[in-house]
Design a protein around this ligand. Structure first.
Ligand SMILES: Cc1cc2nc3c(=O)[nH]c(=O)nc-3n(C[C@H](O)[C@H](O)[C@H](O)COP(=O)(O)O)c2cc1C
Length: 328
């Protein structure tokens, strides 16, 4: 792998990573993203407390049953010892990096002083990061929102503390905790954070194309680009971004044939780790995303949503992409 970062613990870890997405970045999707060029892939956020309690479903999120290359585990929690114990478990499972979620705005999470609530708890951040840092030898990162409420950018102070406690990378999704996607991500805050810190910075937000991924690096100077929504139905975005950065050109968007091939590969990975029922439930939304942008995809999505078994789902997909190909 090419060394793209400025030395230190994260050497050679690449520039385009799959961002954590709850309910989405499970092992099959991480594997697909890895095979399509993501240089590191994150789990969805995992409750440190549930992990330490050995909750069966939560433990299964940590199961590295498929080869998804370098993978990071994102933990959410607020008790320093619990998060450190969970980090140890993640390291033992082979995680390449442990990220601590300091951006999730969901009320159930912030009520426990976790996620975005930590943006207002500098002392607790120091304790959590310090205890995780001491617990594991793999790199540790934190993923922040810009702040709790505009206009106060809490991320700068929190990042400074996290850096002082030994964090190896700071990721920033530059929206405030009460903002949704209708507010554009403030990339200028990523640039400012980068200028303030010594450790590498990962930017997140509104990277929906390879052009945007490369532009984020150029405009902000960030070391890593985290891609979330832009990878849904388009895991090829990682190889296109890498090609664009390295050579200045990238391949066209995938053909309907390639989308079908990838959907089938993804479905087979899902069947390696889940029952047919779970695979059906999880793969329906991916199939809808794989179809997006093609003629007739809106009608197709309705059909997919009403589909009750995997066999029908697979033949539905075959028909749709074959017709999309003919019509292309
Ligand atoms: C469905 C969904 C689930 C998400 N879950 C998480 C999560 O578990 N942890 C986290 O730090 N961010 C989570 N995010 C935020 C993304 O990682 C990312 O920071 C944000 O979507 C902005 O990037 P994008 O514009 O590339 O989507 C989630 C985003 C989406 C769309």
């Amino acid at each position: 792998m090419i060394d793209l970062l400025d030395g230190g613990r994260l050497e050679g870890i690449g520039r385009f990573w799959l961002a954590p997405m709850a309910g989405i970045t499970d092992a099959p999707f991480r594997t697909i993203a890895h095979r399509r060029g993501a240089e590191l892939v994150f789990t969805e956020m995992i409750s440190a407390e549930a992990l330490v309690r050995r909750n069966r479903n939560t433990l299964s999120m940590l199961e590295p049953s498929l080869d998804c290359g370098r993978w990071g585990v994102q933990l959410v929690g607020s008790d320093p010892k619990t998060v450190a114990d969970a980090a140890r478990m993640a390291e033992a499972k082979g995680a390449s990096i442990i990220d601590i979620n300091m951006g999730c705005p969901v009320p159930k999470v912030v009520a426990h002083k976790a996620g975005a609530a930590l943006l207002r708890e500098p002392q607790l951040v120091a304790e959590i990061v310090g205890s995780v840092r001491r617990a594991v030898s793999v790199p540790v990162s934190v993923k922040l929102r810009a702040g709790w409420r505009a206009p106060k950018v809490d991320a700068f102070e929190i990042a400074r503390i996290a850096e002082a406690e030994g964090t190896d990378l700071i990721a920033l999704h530059p929206r405030f905790a009460d903002e949704n996607y209708s507010t554009p991500a403030r990339w200028e805050l990523i640039a400012e954070l980068k200028a303030r810190l010594k450790v590498p910075v990962a930017g997140s937000g509104d990277v929906m194309s390879e052009a945007a991924a490369v532009r984020m690096i150029e405009e902000t100077g960030c070391d890593v680009v985290l891609i979330a929504r832009g990878a849904l139905g388009d895991p090829w975005i990682f190889e296109r971004a890498r090609a664009l950065l390295a050579r200045g050109t990238s391949s066209p968007k995938p053909s309907p044939e390639e989308r079908l091939r990838t959907f089938v590969e993804h479905l087979n990975l899902a069947l390696e780790v889940w029952s047919e029922d779970v695979a059906l439930h999880r793969m329906k939304k991916h199939l809808m995303w794989y179809s997006s942008g093609l003629a007739g995809s809106r009608r197709f999505r309705k059909m997919v949503s009403g589909c009750g078994d995997l066999k029908s789902l697979a033949s539905m997909a075959e028909r749709f992409f074959a017709e999309a190909k003919d019509g292309a």
